[in-house]
Design a protein around this ligand. Sequence first.
Ligand code: EPZ
Length: 418
Amino acid sequence: MRKILINGNKRLAGEVRISGSKNAALAILAATILLPGKTIIRNVPDLLDIKTIIRVLQRLGLRAEYSASQENTVEIWNRGVKHVAPYELVTKMRASFFVIGPILARQGLAKIPLPGGCAIGSRPVNLHIKGLEALGAKVRIEHGFVIAEAAGLKGDRVYLDFPSVGATESVMMAAALAAGETIIENAAGEPEIVDLANFLNLAGAKITGAGTEEIRIQGVKELSPVEYRVIPDRIEAGTFILAVAITKGEALIRDIVPEHIESVVRKLKETGLEIEMLAKDLRVSAKNGFKAVDLKTMPHPGFPTDMQPQFCSFLSLAQGTSVITETVFENRFMCVHELRRMGAEIKLEGQSAIITGVPELSSAPIKVSDLRAGAALVIAGLAAKGETLIEDRDHHIERGYEKLIYKLRSLGADIKEV
Ligand code: EPZ
């Protein structure tokens, strides 16, 4: 959808089901390169980014497609994989770079375009490369391609200078078929890492410690095909909670994993929201408004950077002044410039945004720079009086939110694609 029109200031109510996790699904689909035969992945959200990784797998020689008969199910037939990933697809979505580890492990050679930066930062891949080199790969960068070669990967210790999600996933996937033990130190612990490890272990890998800062992988000779269901998307869940809360509504958010959104829920309760956590659902009510809070994004289990832009919108209408500090990406306050155009009072100082709550936001034509900034601007538009026209020329929002307009309309939002 290139343009979204929201007639805001309508209280949201009802219930909404959360889709499968985009980021878990992307890593798990990349990991199917390691599994010969037919693999079935369920609860895969129908997103542009998922379509891109499916096209990458097809171009690598796998048969990969959304199942015709079952919604949100991807079937992959793997009878061997090429070692060159398509340039135009990897530069379109940097997550495609994750295929480097599995291809190297299967082929002993991988040639992957160096992913570009994006709106939120330069997005280097040096830690991915450092990890693969630690497993014995020779890696060079030529004409914008990363070329990795390894006669046979050998397990070793890998220290990640930053607990990078992608680098942890690349090393985990390569180490799954390496000879001997690999220990990843200062590993990322996000739920999507645990989901990838659970998927690989179901296929015969020997991975322990996923979710902690030290992950051990005993290499095995071969993995076998499996059927697997992806975890729910914790960032979509957090986004919907804020969409309901900013309109002072109340709703039931279905199909979530409570411990995956603990840090977000803790912060929301500090603002005074009523949050009731059930076994697999969460009830949120914001009838009495909400207060300012300070927050700082951190690697898991800290507050997730992917919820930071949405909180900038939400706290623009809180009572009091909030300070949001972004420590993961170098340029992730893009939505602030657009929020200011809607009347938000936000000052940027270094890596912090100082947000003075205002009584209301006013609608305005706004532009989307990246996925989560787009989600933040939809949230702001839902609260603003009048019609907000959101221009999303590069379809960022569709990359990460399945059926967003349909789900918001089912909660009573006056929102449509124009
Ligand atoms: C994953 O990106 C997610 N994407 C991001 O979600 C998420 O924001 C990020 O993890 C952090 O949680 C997917 O899983 C597809 P990182 P990734 O490597 O792996 C630096 C969304 O909106 N770094 O953990 O690319 C990097 O510059 C997206 O769904 C290096 O320096 O993130 C950044 O400052 C946005 N060298 C920090 O680490 C490297 O080799 C975190 O990046 C790799 C990363």
